[in-house]
Ligand binder design. Structure first.
Ligand code: SF4
Ligand code: SF4
Length: 429
């Protein structure tokens, strides 16, 4: 993560800390310091330490501090907490983690392990004391079962349980059994969550059921929050979840010993508190009514807004437009495809199709006044409400009164128009 990315974070995210007085920040810093001392006194559980891994992978301390600086901004903390975030990251080897998988593709695990060069998040993942992970561990059969049970007993009340994948409830859970004893995944989640300090739902399937829960949901799959009771659940959706959001959640846990502030669906507000539309690099084109109309047109060549190609950014809460993927290399909209809303509940049934949720060419009497000038939050919530009552075809851009522009070469045969040139499209055309 480079310095540019740090400034991008700082600019795009409103620091929660900036709303606090100096005295409040100082009190919080002291609280974090006391907690860090407590964690530091614990025995390291993993043989791998972050400083050693940084040296092995030729990542300098400066690189790491730049990463810590960006992570601090991502957590919506002011810069005075950077040192503590770095310290918390180096203490991740004190956290025992049990990672189980049900109905999934292992994409969230792979998000950590499949890249050309290790990112800081990947190195941190190596330092975590991963007591059990079906996909990554060498043990199999009864041996791995024993490993899981031993870890659950040894670290009772202290371990973080990561659940990846949906949980089928149909046929008494028989659609997904785990291990040599054939226990259902449903039972496994219930038993292991009861002894955990915290449960993390990793990815879209653990969040709301993902693909397994999509219509007609033949296995009666559900997300982890529907199965766990009595232990805090933090959902980190997206398909896959972004490693930075997972590591950030663990760092927050090390700093505070608790779950971060969550929204009504259990997602950390620091990561899922903003619509991606608010921080999208194509937003100026949306505001100007400049859209890609078909794949490969001049609008696409000029990185116009993808709303008409089905982008669901105005309905999707996530920080991917800021933190991006693969160490900030890029994200779906950056490479030319609209958002399919992968961090929203039930997105396979409601958002993942390549057409606009609401037809941008037709006026929308039911949402009068909700044009492109509307604030994105109002826009997203308003449209979701409209869809919720079953009204399907409505306008957004044209609600602003003939403001829509389309690339000249697309709207007519005028291929002489300058690249990226636009033609005013009059109301009613
Ligand atoms: S509709 Fe999609 S592409 Fe357009 S500005 Fe919003 S998030 Fe970006
Ligand atoms: S752009 Fe949309 S679909 Fe893509 S990762 Fe972000 S939230 Fe998910």
């Amino acid at each position: 993560m480079d310095l540019d990315r740090r400034s991008l974070f700082s600019g795009a995210l409103r620091h929660r800390g900036s709303q606090q007085s100096d005295a409040e920040q100082l009190a919080l810093k002291q609280k974090y310091q006391a907690r860090l001392k407590e964690v530091e006194a614990m025995e390291p559980l993993s043989g791998l330490s972050l400083p050693t891994l940084l040296v092995e992978h030729r990542l300098s301390r400066r690189n790491f501090m730049m990463w810590a600086s960006a992570m601090t901004a991502a957590l919506m903390l002011p810069p005075i907490f950077e040192k503590q975030v770095a310290e918390a990251a180096s203490l991740l080897n004190r956290v025992p983690v049990i990672w189980i998988e049900g109905q999934d593709c292992a994409g969230n695990s792979e998000a950590f392990i499949r890249s050309a060069g290790p990112t800081v998040e990947e190195l941190l993942f190596q330092t975590i004391s991963l007591e059990y992970h079906e996909t990554l561990m060498a043990a199999a059969g009864f041996q791995s079962e024993l490993r899981k049970q031993t870890a659950a007993q040894m670290y009772k009340g202290k371990y973080v349980l990561v659940v990846e994948g949906a949980i089928p409830q149909g046929e008494s859970g028989a659609y997904c059994t785990i291990g040599a004893a054939g226990q259902t995944f449903y039972q496994e989640v219930q038993q292991l969550s009861a002894g955990a300090a915290l449960v993390i739902g990793a990815g879209a399937c653990a969040y709301y059921g993902g693909i397994p829960k999509a219509y007609p949901n033949p296995t009666n799959a559900v997300g982890v929050s529907s199965v766990v009771s009595g232990t805090p659940v933090i959902n980190i959706p997206a398909c896959p979840m972004n490693p930075i959001n997972f590591v950030g959640t663990l760092i927050h846990y090390i700093l505070t010993g608790a779950a971060p502030a969550l929204d009504s669906t259990g997602r950390p507000i620091w990561a899922f508190g903003n619509l991606i539309h608010n921080n999208c690099e194509r937003r100026a084109h949306f505001d100007a009514g400049e859209y890609v109309q078909q794949w490969g047109d001049l609008g696409a060549q000029n990185n116009f807004c993808l709303y008409k190609m089905g982008c669901k950014g105005p309905f999707t809460y996530n920080n991917c437009s800021i933190v991006r993927y693969n160490e900030g290399t890029n994200w779906p909209i950056g490479v030319g495809h609209g958002c399919i809303g992968c961090s929203q509940p039930e997105f396979w049934d409601t958002l993942a199709y390549e057409r606009p949720m609401i037809d941008a060419n037709i006026h929308a009497p039911g949402i009068a006044g909700l044009g492109v000038e509307a604030g994105a939050d109002k826009f997203g919530l308003g449209l979701l409400a409209v869809v919720g009552v079953g009204i399907v075809a409505h306008a957004i851009a044209s609600a602003a009164g003939g403001r829509e522009k389309v690339p000249a070469a697309v709207s007519s045969s005028n291929t002489d128009a300058p690249s990226g040139g636009t033609t005013e499209k009059k109301e009613g055309e």
